[in-house]
Ligand binder design. Structure first.
Ligand SMILES: CC(=O)N[C@H]1[C@@H](OP(=O)(O)OP(=O)(O)OC[C@H]2O[C@@H](n3ccc(=O)[nH]c3=O)[C@H](O)[C@@H]2O)O[C@H](CO)[C@@H](O)[C@@H]1O[C@H](C)C(=O)N[C@@H](C)C(=O)N[C@H](CCC(=O)O)C(=O)O
Ligand SMILES: Nc1ncnc2c1ncn2[C@@H]1O[C@H](COP(=O)(O)OP(=O)(O)OP(=O)(O)O)[C@@H](O)[C@H]1O
Ligand SMILES: N[C@H](CCC[C@H](N)C(=O)O)C(=O)O
Ligand SMILES: [Mg+2]
Length: 487
C-alpha cells in the first residue's frame, strides 16, 4: 500500500488540507486518464493549465490533488496539497511512486543539440557488449535489456520515465543511458532522478520556438549540470564554445573531451573515410565504423563516460570499435548501388552542415550531390532559411520538400526555406512538397556515382500531417526508387 505522505517524500509542500495517509491507487497529470483513488497533479503547460481540470479529475475519482493554487471551491472529501512548482513535484512524486528506480542503477544522461541518440545508443550497445544488462531511453526506441518499448519523445514524461526505469531495475539492469532534451529539463521531466553521470555533446541553433532565445536554451542545458549531485560526473565537449560553461556551477566531478584542446579524454583523427574513422584515443590508434568528424566527438564522449563508469580502457576501445551507430544516422541505403544514397536525421543547421561537409570530404568532385530536405512544422521557424541555404551551398542540386508539416501548411514552410536560397542558387533548387515524389525526383536525376542525401527524418517511420501520422520511411522509399531506376 502506498500512502500519500510517502509518495510526497522530498516534495516541499506550501500547504496541505485533508488526510495525508490515504492510499494512492495511481498517479496522473492528465485528467483524461484519472481513475478512482488516483492522485492528480495539476501542471501548467504550453497549451493549457492542468489546474483547469482539477474538477474533472475529481469527477473521475481522484482522491488527492497536488497543485500550485487551490481551486475556488474545495471538496471536503478530497486531500489538497499545494506546492511552488507542480512540474517539479510531479518528477519527485513519480520517482517515489515507482520506488526511486534511478537510485538502483547507474543512470547516465546525455544532453546537447545533436548527438544525444548516437551517444546514448552507443553507450547502451557498449555496456551490453561488456556484459552489463542495460537500459536505453532514446528518440528512436526505449530498451529494457533486449525488449523494445516504442518511444514517443526524446525524454519521456516523468511517469513513463520512472515506470520504464522500474521495469529496467526489475529486469536486472545495472546501467541505464538516456537522452535529456532541453524541453525535459525545462519541464522538470527529470526532477527527482539520481544521475551517476551527465554528458554534454554540443549546443547550436534549435528550438528557439520553445526557448525564445539562445541564452534561455543554454540555461536549460546548464540547469541539468547545476542540479547534479557531488558523487556524479559531468563530462563535456571542451571544443564547443559552451562546453566549459556547463561545468561552471556543478557540484559533480568535472571532466572534458575534445579534439582540439588539452582535455581528460583527448582524441586525434588519423583517417576519416566513407569506411569509418581511425582515431588516436587512449594512447592507441583505433578503427571505428562511424563516419564523419562529428562522430569522433560522439566516440570520445562514449569512451570517456565508459571509463568514468569504471570500465577498463582497452576493453572499451575493442568493443566500441566493432559497434555501428544509431539507425537513420548517416545510414547508407543499398550500399554498392550505382548511386550512393544516405539517410540522415540532420534536422538542425549544424547537423546538415556537418553531414554535407562529411560528404564533401569523400566525393571526388566529378559526381553530383543531390540533397532532399524539408523542415518540421510547429517547430523553430528560424531554422528554415538557414537549412535551405546550407543545403544549396554544399550540394549541386536541392529538392526542397516536406518534413513533418504537423499543423502548418507544407508549402508555407517551403516558402520560408526558400528565403534562404540566394538568387544565384535558385537554378539548382526544385520544389516538391510530396516527400515521396521529392525522393523519386532525386533518384531520377541521379547518374552513376552521384550521392543523394535525404535529410531530416532518419529513423522515423511516419510523416505527421495535421495530427495524423501516415506511414512513411525515407529508407524504404529511397530503396524502392533506387530499384526502379537501377537499370
Ligand atoms: C511543447 C512540449 O514540450 N509539450 C509537452 C508538454 O505538453 P504541454 O505543456 O503542451 O501540455 P498542455 O497540453 O499545455 O497541458 C498542460 C497540462 O494539462 C493537462 N491536461 C490537459 C488537457 C486535459 O484535458 N486534461 C489535462 O489534465 C496535461 O496533461 C498537462 O499536464 O508536456 C507533455 C507531457 O510531458 C508532452 O507530451 C508535450 O510534448 C509535446 C507532445 C511535444 O511535441 N514535445 C516536443 C517538442 C518535445 O518534447 N521534444 C523533445 C525533444 C526535442 C529535441 O531535443 O530535439 C522531447 O524530449 O521529446
Ligand atoms: N556530435 C555531433 N555534432 C554535430 N552533429 C551531429 C553530432 N552527432 C550527430 N550529428 C548530426 O545530428 C543528427 C542527429 O543525431 P542524433 O540523433 O544523435 O542527435 P539527437 O541529439 O539525439 O537529436 P534529437 O534532438 O532529435 O533527439 C545526425 O543525423 C547527424 O546529422
Ligand atoms: N526532436 C526533434 C525531432 C525533429 C525531427 C524532424 N523530422 C521534425 O519533425 O522536425 C523535435 O521534435 O524537434
Ligand atoms: Mg535524439
Amino acid at each position: 500500500m502506498r500512502e500519500l505522505k510517502d509518495i510526497l517524500y522530498k516534495v516541499s509542500l506550501t500547504s496541505s488540507y485533508g488526510n495525508m495517509s490515504g492510499e494512492v491507487k495511481g498517479i496522473c497529470f492528465d485528467s483524461r486518464k484519472v481513475q478512482a483513488g488516483f492522485l492528480f497533479i495539476a501542471v501548467r503547460g504550453t497549451q493549457s493549465d492542468g489546474h483547469a481540470y482539477i474538477a474533472k479529475a475529481i469527477d473521475l475519482g481522484a482522491s488527492a490533488i497536488v497543485c500550485e493554487q487551490l481551486p475556488d471551491s474545495i471538496n471536503e472529501k478530497i486531500t489538497y496539497v499545494t506546492v511552488k512548482n507542480s512540474a517539479q513535484a510531479l518528477g519527485i512524486i513519480a520517482s517515489n511512486y515507482y520506488g526511486n528506480p534511478s537510485e538502483k542503477v547507474k543512470l547516465t544522461g546525455v544532453t546537447g543539440t545533436n548527438g544525444k541518440t548516437t551517444v546514448a545508443t552507443l553507450l547502451y550497445k557498449l555496456f551490453t557488449a561488456l556484459g552489463h544488462p542495460s537500459g536505453l531511453l532514446s528518440t528512436v526506441e526505449n530498451k529494457v535489456v533486449k525488449e523494445v518499448v516504442p518511444s514517443t519523445h526524446t525524454t519521456p514524461d516523468p511517469i513513463q520515465l520512472n515506470e520504464l526505469l522500474e521495469r529496467m531495475v526489475k529486469a536486472g539492469c545495472t546501467h541505464v543511458f538516456m537522452e535529456v532534451s532541453s524541453h525535459a529539463v525545462d519541464q522538470e521531466r527529470i526532477a527527482g532522478l539520481k544521475f551517476a553521470g551527465a554528458l554534454f555533446t554540443n549546443i547550436t541553433h534549435d528550438h528557439l520556438d520553445y526557448h525564445k532565445t539562445f541564452e534561455n536554451y543554454i540555461k536549460a542545458k546548464k540547469k541539468y549540470f547545476d542540479d547534479l549531485s557531488s558523487d556524479a560526473f559531468a563530462l563535456v565537449n571542451a571544443d564547443d564554445k559552451r562546453g566549459m560553461v556547463m561545468l561552471q556551477n556543478t557540484k559533480a566531478s568535472k571532466y572534458s573531451f575534445g579534439l582540439k584542446k588539452m582535455t581528460d579524454f583527448k582524441g586525434k583523427i588519423i583517417t576519416n573515410s566513407i569506411e569509418g574513422l581511425e582515431l588516436e584515443i587512449g594512447g592507441k590508434n583505433v578503427w571505428f565504423r562511424l563516419i564523419g568528424d562529428f562522430n569522433a566527438y560522439n566516440l570520445l564522449a562514449v569512451y570517456g563516460a565508459a571509463v568514468l563508469l569504471g570500465e577498463e580502457s582497452d576493453e572499451v576501445l575493442t568493443k566500441l570499435s566493432s559497434l555501428e551507430g544509431a539507425v537513420g544516422r548517416f545510414e547508407l541505403v543499398m550500399p554498392g548501388s550505382k548511386v550512393t544514397a544516405i539517410v540522415d536525421y540532420a534536422h538542425t543547421p549544424d547537423a546538415l552542415k556537418n553531414v554535407l561537409e562529411t560528404i564533401a570530404q569523400f566525393r571526388t568532385g566529378a559526381e553530383q550531390v543531390i540533397t532532399v530536405v524539408g523542415c518540421g512544422g510547429n517547430r523553430d521557424k528560424t531554422k528554415r532559411p538557414l537549412m535551405a541555404s546550407i543545403a544549396c551551398r554544399l550540394s549541386d542540386k536541392v529538392v526542397l520538400t516536406s518534413d513533418n508539416p504537423r499543423d502548418e501548411d507544407a508549402m508555407e514552410i517551403i516558402r520560408e526555406m526558400q528565403a534562404g536560397v540566394m538568387p544565384t542558387e535558385v537554378r539548382k533548387t526544385l520544389v516538391m512538397a510530396d516527400r515521396e515524389e521529392a525522393i523519386k525526383t532525386a533518384c531520377m536525376m541521379a547518374k552513376e556515382h552521384d550521392i543523394i542525401l535525404i535529410a531530416g527524418k532518419g529513423h522515423e517511420t511516419y510523416q505527421e500531417i495535421k495530427g495524423i501520422k501516415y506511414p512513411f520511411d525515407d529508407r524504404e522509399v529511397v530503396e524502392r526508387m533506387l530499384k526502379l531506376f537501377e537499370n
